[in-house]
Design a binder for this molecule. Sequence first.
Ligand code: PHE
Length: 453
Amino acid sequence: MESIQRQSLHGMWSSRLVFILAASGAAIGLGNIWKFPYMAGMGGGAAFILIYLAAVLTIGLPILLSEVMLGRRGRRNPVDTMQNLAIEAGSTPLWRYLGWIGALTILLMFSFYSVVAGWTIAYTAMGFDGTFSQASARHIGEIFAAFVADPLMLLVWHTAFMLLVMGTVILGIRKGLERVSYVIMPLMFALIILLIGYGAAEGDMLTAAEFLFRPDFSQIDSSTIISAMGLAFFTLAVGAGALLVYGAYLPKSVPIGSSLLVIAGLDTLIALLAGLAIFPIVFQHGLSPAEGPGLVFVTLPIAFGVMPAGDFFAGVFFLLLLFAAWTSAISFAEPLTMLLMERGKISRTKAAIIVGFCVWFLGIGTLLSFNLWSEFKFFGHWNFFAAVDGLALNVLLPLGGLGFAIFSGWIMKREDSYQELALRWDFMYQVWRFLVRFVTPLMILVVFINALI
Ligand code: PHE
């Protein structure tokens, strides 16, 4: 069929390893190291984590397979890919709107992501500067409060991060995305392990382990369930078509199933490890696990402040958090840039500049929600950051995921998904197909309906 492409217009990943690194780079990010700990903390710990894990396995992973498979078959931006594949399957081209919803979701996520990633730049500098050295827990809390109260400062860091990301995307797949993934990912793993060792030696590991692993279901209500599910989508990077685009650059010869298992496994592991690194310190210093978005920026500096060579390690930690954010933000920037290049027929550089500007502008709303606009609440409830965050994670990501599941399970021809996924065992294909046809859509719907009631 003419409309189905065999090559992406922008080049391909040069090896399986690089795909795994880049896709894990997309998956592992602020979601795992910043968001997961604070949301698990606010959600009451182990019960929240169990729901999160269940969502990863039964909802996230099957959709991850769908997205990458659709991307590789379509080889274009999410909008054209969905349209072409729908036509191929004899369905309506309106499926392209699934691609547009994904693009909107990415735009929203990218806008707050960049603001928080900007914090990591500032915190890297503060770490190496010795700001946290010997500072009391309370003083470090005040440093954070003063930091987010200053909109101009936040704007500077937000802008710096956007420049970093869009600069990488302008360099293209091989020179930008691949090189960054190769260097950053291995470094990140090493550091997390080091931090857990520190937490085990110096923190209150026992209370932390209890908090993380002994579930108390009395704390769970439908809003906790929906946010655990939203977080599972977010950390796995599914539901918005970001990894669909990484699939578009994937050579036919690379096996999808085993590669994605590795990626999902690493992603979940890093989230849990981040919890294990952070909560011992929280309990050791009598801090609240339900601190909110400031959790990582307050707890870790406290620990580093009293640790031998702590300044250095604080600097290194935030640098790595920055790197993790960088590789994830690339997976926001690339799909939007690709979409604009292909639909608008403009150059990569032009497209990246336009995308960068729009995201940067939207990000200002989030940035102000921590200071000048902190009193402004949508529906008397959510500030700008909470509104964008909640809309993207709790509504749009699950909705997009539902779309990808239904499309790959019900619309696409069985032979086509079978052949494109090329899983090693037929049995695995049957499990996947059963999940995306029945389990995944049903679970998403039940959670939604429950939340509405
Ligand atoms: N998974 C990334 C993180 O955990 C965020 C992300 C979401 C990236 C959706 C791409 C798509 O930080």
